[in-house]
Design a protein around this ligand. Structure first.
Ligand code: CA
Length: 261
């Protein structure tokens, strides 16, 4: 079924030779164009040149941590990133997803499982905006661009690094999942996230989860960040599909000061 993936370019950032070779051969057989990088710095510098459709990113790299590579990719590109992690580093997976990774696989994984995952991600991915080579992003990591860590949603300020939410300057208490949900909708802000995608990202191990769990979390989140949760203006439902965040709450259509009412 190689035709399915024809034309897609995958950038594999992986230091272990055995994985790199297996992925290189296996993914080519699946019809992908494969470009490999042995460390984070090389991966980042290849990004602009290769313009990949998807990135496979190992977390333990010799020169820098995968999380930092992910953050630097996010600062310049919307390309879907799949985190490749050891089974026991759950924290990396969580951090990766918070930084906008589209999914993850844990080592050891089966190629078939990975390809299915990549295919699902590529199907739902928005077109990737071309990477503009930037002097701010280099292999050294010294001039690292962190991306917008603090995002304003109406009168609500979300600090993604500190996991703090303020509304008109007052702290808003969110559960861990509520925050993760908000953070996912904000990275990048405005991107529509399908229900499946959100369930996949936020409850990755619970395949049989009732999708109403998502609605419950959306409901609670709205009650905390929306001025009128019965008429949400910031956390927008795309009926039958998913959700997205509108940073200015459709301000042009209604009153100018969204959350002060
Ligand atoms: Ca590694």
């Amino acid at each position: 079924m190689s035709a399915m993936h024809d034309g897609f370019t995958v950038l594999v950032i992986e230091d272990e030779e055995s994985y790199r070779e297996a992925l290189s051969v296996g993914l080519r057989l699946e019809g992908f164009r494969v470009v490999v990088a042995e460390d984070g710095g090389t991966g980042l510098s290849l990004l602009a040149e290769v313009q990949p459709d998807i990135v496979l990113l190992d977390m333990l790299l010799p020169d820098m941590h995968g999380i930092d590579v992910c953050r630097q990719i996010r600062a310049v590109s919307s390309v879907p990133v799949v985190v490749v992690s050891a089974v026991d580093s759950e924290l990396d997976i969580v951090l990766g997803l918070e930084l906008g990774a589209a999914g993850y696989v844990t080592k050891p994984f089966r190629l078939r499982e990975l390809v299915a995952r990549m295919h699902a991600i590529l199907r739902r991915a928005a077109p990737v905006v071309p990477v503009v080579a930037s002097p701010l992003v280099g292999p050294s990591g010294q001039d690292e661009v962190n991306g917008p860590d603090v995002i304003r949603v109406g009168a609500t300020t979300v600090d993604l690094q500190r996991r703090e939410v303020l509304s008109d300057g007052d702290p808003v208490r969110l559960s861990r999942k509520e925050f993760d949900l908000l953070a996912t909708l904000l990275t990048p802000a405005g991107r529509m996230r399908s229900r499946t995608e959100l369930l996949d990202l936020l409850w990755p191990d619970q395949y049989l989860l009732d999708s109403r769990t998502l609605d419950t979390h959306i409901h609670r989140l709205r009650s905390k960040v929306e001025p009128d949760p019965t008429e949400p203006r910031f956390i927008i439902t795309i009926r039958g599909v998913g959700f997205r965040i509108d940073l200015d709450g459709g301000a042009q259509a209604t009153q100018p000061s969204p959350m002060s009412a």
